[in-house]
Design a protein around this ligand. Structure first.
Ligand SMILES: NC(=O)c1ccc[n+]([C@@H]2O[C@H](COP(=O)([O-])OP(=O)(O)OC[C@H]3O[C@@H](n4cnc5c(N)ncnc54)[C@H](OP(=O)(O)O)[C@@H]3O)[C@@H](O)[C@H]2O)c1
Length: 264
């Protein structure tokens, strides 16, 4: 089964902190020494990663389709061996359905957490297809959340963006089966990171129960090295096992039925 150990060139979008940075740093040290390209907005963080031997691109992914197209085109020209993308850029705003919404945040959260990912995937598929046909396994690695499966009502829109990405990821996986383009979905539980820094009170509260970042990144890398299709951990594994087990088989069968009915 192809695994992250087969990757030669990996783009990590959202690599300047948290899960993205921890994975990027670990992957860059794998024995096969893949090229790792870190993407984020904070230049000083990118500069730090450059001193560790990573390539860097400063880019704000919360943007329009044309800018994403230009970003993908530039990246493929600069890194023609790009075979793997980890989508770690994400924001989480408090929002619940019964208090007034900040509409700009609502749209930005959905654009960054969902639309930008789906847009980049769609734009890169032709490039991956060429590499995959030549024998190089390619990987999409979206990072969703346990909250995609069991929503936290205080971060309602965030959960909906992650549920959208989780759902899309299932369709992506079954549509790409047999094409040497693989999907490994990382489904984190509560993990130590800057995502939770909207207030010091929040950090104090969640830090009592979050999984330390280094421990989480070590375990996740191990799962990526096994080529696991779904990578839930701890609480997100409980939610996944209870609500999602076997769902993918149904999605696969549903697609096969649809293809059959179209062909005949
Ligand atoms: N930590 C958790 O408990 C948890 C749980 C479930 C799922 N997740 C998911 O895991 C992923 C990583 O989160 P994290 O916890 O590691 O959070 P984090 O430490 O806040 O990291 C988020 C990363 O996204 C980048 N980013 C944010 N906005 C961006 C933009 N507009 N353009 C480009 N990059 C942008 C940030 O870099 P810049 O600010 O430099 O741009 C940073 O590198 C997210 O998708 C999150 O939803 C996290």
């Amino acid at each position: 089964m192809p695994t992250i150990d087969d990757s030669k060139c990996i783009l990590v979008i959202g690599a300047t902190s948290g899960i993205g940075r921890a994975l990027a740093q670990r992957i860059a040290k794998l024995p096969n020494k893949p090229q790792v390209i870190a993407v984020g907005r904070r230049q000083e963080r990118l500069d730090e990663l450059a001193t560790e031997g990573l390539e860097t691109i400063q880019f704000d992914v919360d943007t329009d389709t044309e800018s994403l197209k230009a970003f993908v085109e530039r990246t493929v020209v600069a890194y023609p061996k790009l075979d793997t993308i980890i989508f770690s850029a994400g924001v989480q705003y408090e929002s619940n359905p019964i208090t007034p919404l900040n509409f700009d945040r609502l749209r930005s959260e959905f654009n960054l957490n969902y639309l930008s990912v789906v847009t980049i995937i769609n734009l890169i598929v032709p490039h991956f297809s060429k590499l995959a046909a030549g024998g190089q396994p390619c990987f999409f690695i979206p990072i969703t959340s346990g909250l995609a499966i069991l929503p936290g009502a205080w971060v309602a829109n965030y959960c909906a963006t992650k549920a959208a990405l989780h759902n899309y990821t299932m369709s992506l996986r079954v549509q790409l089966e047999g094409q040497n383009i693989h999907v490994m979905e990382i489904i984190p539980p509560l993990v130590e990171s800057e995502l939770h820094e909207r207030s010091s009170a929040n950090v104090e509260r969640v830090s009592k129960v979050w999984i330390p970042l280094d421990k989480y990144a070590d375990e996740t890398l191990e799962a990526l090295q096994k080529g696991e299709a779904h990578i839930p951990t701890s609480m997100s594994k409980i939610a996944f096992d209870r609500h999602e087990e076997g769902k993918l088989d149904w999605v696969r069968q549903f697609l096969q039925q649809q293809k059959k009915s179209e062909s005949g």
